[in-house]
Design a protein around this ligand. Structure first.
Ligand code: ZN
Length: 203
């Protein structure tokens, strides 16, 4: 399976990192070894001193496809959850400044935490989901999928122009404003529509 991630999919987050709002989605990938599941803790990596959380709605691909047409995009995913796109921000800033790829900042082991998956069929509108991230009980990020620059269907169309979608692939759909650092001992909890779907302690 593959993990697709979308950068800068909320205007307010693009602005907080002083990035331009993109005209087409920023797509990057993490390997399957990046997954962190079952609410396991994340061990603070030794190669960074500025580890950031990015809370994102994650969708799961349910059938194979290339060059998906817009009218069919919604049939390619059937589950969602909340995930954390953990980022070594200091490493990313260095790589970006040199025009280098982001893998060492974004695609390392356990950098892609995912919560419990929920059926899409159980929500009225996947593009109107409220979600939030709490750090040690305090809300640090809050977003709504209505504020995505590129809708999930548009992301499916764009990703599948370049990469074959396969059952089980995941798409991290981008983070809203409020990204920030974590320290050892912090506990992150992800909520969607008031339901807790993710928890992760930094160790
Ligand atoms: Zn992200």
């Amino acid at each position: 399976m593959k993990i697709f991630c979308i950068g800068r999919n909320y205007v307010n987050h693009a602005k907080e990192l002083n990035n331009p709002v993109p005209e087409s989605p920023v797509i990057f990938m993490k390997p399957s070894t990046a997954l962190l599941i079952n609410n396991r803790p994340l061990y603070y990596p030794e190669f960074t001193s500025d580890l950031h959380y990015e809370a994102e709605i994650v969708i799961k691909i349910c059938k194979n496809g290339r060059h998906v047409q817009p009218g069919f995009a919604h049939t390619y995913y059937d589950q969602w959850t909340l995930g954390l796109d953990f980022t070594a921000r200091d490493v990313q800033i260095q790589l970006k400044s040199k025009g280098l790829p982001w893998e060492k900042a974004k695609a390392w082991d356990h950098s892609a935490a995912i919560g419990t998956f929920q059926p899409i069929a159980h929500v009225a509108n996947i593009q109107a989901l409220n979600f939030s991230l709490r750090k040690n009980g305090q809300i640090v990020q809050a977003g709504n999928t209505a504020d995505m620059i590129f809708s999930i269907d548009q992301l499916i169309v764009q990703i599948s122009k370049y990469f074959k979608l396969q059952t089980g692939d995941l798409v991290f759909t981008g983070t809203p404003a409020g990204v920030g650092p974590v320290q050892i001992g912090d506990v992150l909890e992800g909520f969607v529509q008031e339901q807790k779907v993710l928890s992760c302690e930094i160790k």
